[in-house]
Design a protein around this ligand. Structure first.
Ligand code: RIB
Length: 309
C-alpha cells in the first residue's frame, strides 16, 4: 500500500467563466455563444483539487476576494476535503476570475484577472508554516506574486520539502530564485517565454530543457499536450508519450498533470511511472468539460490506468 502524500499548494484560486463557441467576436462585434459553464478554477486551486482527488491530504494557501466568489471558493475547498485554514479573504478586493473561450477542438484561450491572488504575500506563506512545514511537497504557479513564489521555494528548501514550480501563466523568471526547486514544469508556451527559445517540435523542447538545466534547474519537465511530456536531468532527456483520448476541453489539463504528478511522487512511485500516470490523468481531464469538474477520482483513474496497460 502506497503512503499517503501531503501536498501544500501555495497558489491561486479563480472562478472560471467558460464560453464554448465556433467563432469569436471581432472588435466592436457582438455574437451569440453556444454554451456557458461556471466553475471553480485557478491554477493553484485546480492543482489542489487534482491532488485531493488522487488521494492526497491537501492544504491550500491562497487569497480570495470579499465578493460572492470568495466564500464560495472556500466552501468548495472544504467540501472537497482540502484544508482551507490558510485561505484568507481580502476585504474590498475582487476574487480572481478567468473568462475562458473554448473552440470546437477543445483548445482554449484564457484571460486571468488576478484580483485577490495578487495579494498573497511571503508573510502569508510564513503564517501558514504549521501546515506547509508538514507537507512532503509544495506546489506553486505564477498567478500569485513572484516574490511569494520565490519565498515559498526558499521555505521548501530550508525545510527539506520537495518543491514543484509550474511557471504558469508564462512570465520572465529569475533563474537564481527558482533554480532550487526540485521540478520546474512549464508547458510549450511557458517554456518559450521563460527561455526566449521556440518550442514547436520535440527537438526544440529538448534544446529548451537543456538550456533550463544550464540555468541551474535540477529537473525540468516540459508538458507537450497530445505529444506527452519530456523530462530532463543530469542523466539526459526522455520523452514520456501521451495517451490518446477524444478531447472536448483542454482547460485545466496542465493543472491535472501537476497535481497528480505531485501525489504519485509523494506516494513514492518512481519518477517515470509518476510522469506516465500524470500524462494519463491529464489526458482523461480533457475528455470532460470544465476545469476541476473534469478531474476524475483515484478509483476511476486506476481502472483506466490498468486498462491502458
Ligand atoms: O489552467 C487553467 C486555469 O487557468 C483556469 O482554471 C483559470 O482559472 C486559469 O487560472
Amino acid at each position: 500500500m502506497a503512503r499517503q502524500s501531503l501536498i501544500a499548494v501555495v497558489g491561486s484560486a479563480n472562478v472560471d467563466l467558460t464560453t464554448f463557441n465556433d467563432v469569436f467576436p471581432r472588435p466592436g462585434e457582438t455574437i451569440f455563444g453556444k454554451k456557458f459553464d461556471l466553475g471553480f478554477g485557478g491554477k493553484g486551486a485546480n492543482q489542489a483539487v487534482a491532488a485531493r482527488l488522487c488521494g492526497a491530504n491537501v492544504g491550500m494557501v491562497a487569497k480570495v476576494g470579499s465578493d460572492l466568489f470568495g466564500p464560495a471558493t472556500i466552501k468548495n475547498f472544504e467540501s472537497q476535503g482540502i484544508d482551507a485554514t490558510y485561505v484568507g479573504i481580502a476585504e474590498g478586493v475582487s476574487s480572481g476570475v478567468a473568462p475562458i473561450f473554448v473552440e470546437p477542438n477543445g483548445q482554449n484561450r484564457i484571460i486571468v484577472v488576478k484580483g485577490a491572488n495578487d495579494l498573497l504575500s511571503p508573510e502569508d506563506v510564513d503564517a501558514a508554516a504549521p501546515l506547509v512545514r508538514k507537507a512532503d511537497t509544495i506546489v506553486m504557479q505564477f498567478e500569485i506574486p513572484l516574490r511569494t513564489v520565490y519565498h515559498a521555494v526558499r521555505f521548501a528548501k530550508s525545510n527539506g520539502i520537495r518543491c514543484i514550480v509550474n511557471p504558469a501563466p508564462a512570465q520572465p523568471v529569475d533563474f537564481k530564485e527558482v533554480g532550487a526547486a526540485d521540478y520546474f514544469i512549464p508547458n510549450e508556451t511557458e517554456a518559450e517565454v521563460t527561455t526566449g527559445m521556440p518550442v514547436k517540435s520535440i527537438d526544440d523542447a529538448k534544446r529548451c530543457a537543456e538550456f533550463l538545466l544550464r540555468q541551474g534547474m535540477r529537473r525540468v519537465v516540459i508538458t507537450l499536450g497530445e505529444r506527452g511530456s519530456l523530462v530532463a536531468g543530469a542523466e539526459g532527456i526522455e520523452l514520456i508519450p501521451a495517451y490518446k483520448v477524444q478531447a472536448v476541453d483542454t482547460t485545466g489539463a496542465g493543472d491535472a498533470f501537476i497535481g497528480s504528478f505531485a501525489v504519485f511522487l509523494g506516494e513514492g512511485l518512481p519518477e517515470k511511472e509518476s510522469l506516465r500516470r500524470a500524462n494519463l490523468y491529464a489526458a482523461l481531464s480533457t475528455t470532460k468539460v470544465g476545469t476541476q469538474k473534469s478531474f476524475c477520482g483515484r478509483a476511476e483513474f486506476e481502472k483506466e490506468w490498468l486498462s491502458r496497460g
